[in-house]
Design a protein around this ligand. Sequence first.
Ligand code: CA
Length: 296
Amino acid sequence: MSQELATRYPLVLVPGMLGFVRLLLYPYWYGIVPALCQGGARVFPVQVSPLNSSEVRGEQLLVQIQRIMAETGADKVNLIGHSQGALTARYAAARRPDWVASVTSVAGPNHGSELADYLQRHSPAHSLRGRVLSLVLRGVSALMTLLETGYRGPKLAVDIHASHQSLTTEGVALFNRQYPQGLPQTWGGQGPEEVAGVRYYSWSGTLQPGKTNRGRNLFDGTNRSCRLFARTFVREAGQCDGMVGRYSSHLGQVIGDDYPLDHFDIVNQSLGLVGKGAEPIRLFVEHARRLKAAGV
Ligand code: CA
């Protein structure tokens, strides 16, 4: 087996809101884990509460990091988080920088999601729409918990309100005040490459008519949802992946912020149905090579 992706520390993959390891046979990181393993990387897709604050999810992640370190004998891990998984990873690294070699944000709402802001304005928790939305989310999350086959561990508490607050611009601004590690100083800039011995990286995509809505995404309903969600964006109108804005995703070294990938394509969802010319798996493989070269 090739060892070109055999990073010094294991790769821990942290999912976003409503995330999972595997629903029956269907993995969250579709095709990504096998591609990394083929190159000799040790890869651990983990589960944290599908609906909760980044802090609660981050505490759950710390428990899993400890377990992975005990299992592998490694004294640190590399965290790669998708969407809210990025905030979750940032929390864990801020609390235990001694356990974390790097944090990589993949389409992470590091300055909040304008979609979450829109929902807060138009479907506040106490409104009828807010209550229906909350009921639907609770149902989806319960169903996903039933179908989850990749996570064995204690029941993970659900808090829909905290989950939502953790994703709004206001909520993330509060989070950032406490856990600023890796954030850029200026809007659209890059962040420091290393803080407290932890390396920080990010990449993200944008919706690009003619690319992201073509190819196999023609058959993917999640792409249509992203295009609909994108209409709620004001500050980063036309510059988002449907759920997260291009500049909002910046953290540490920005590897790229305009790949032709929607918010689901970027983790090769659904079933690898992505737009024309998109190669989300390649970005993970290249990143593992980058981490290995950096000695982590
Ligand atoms: Ca897709």
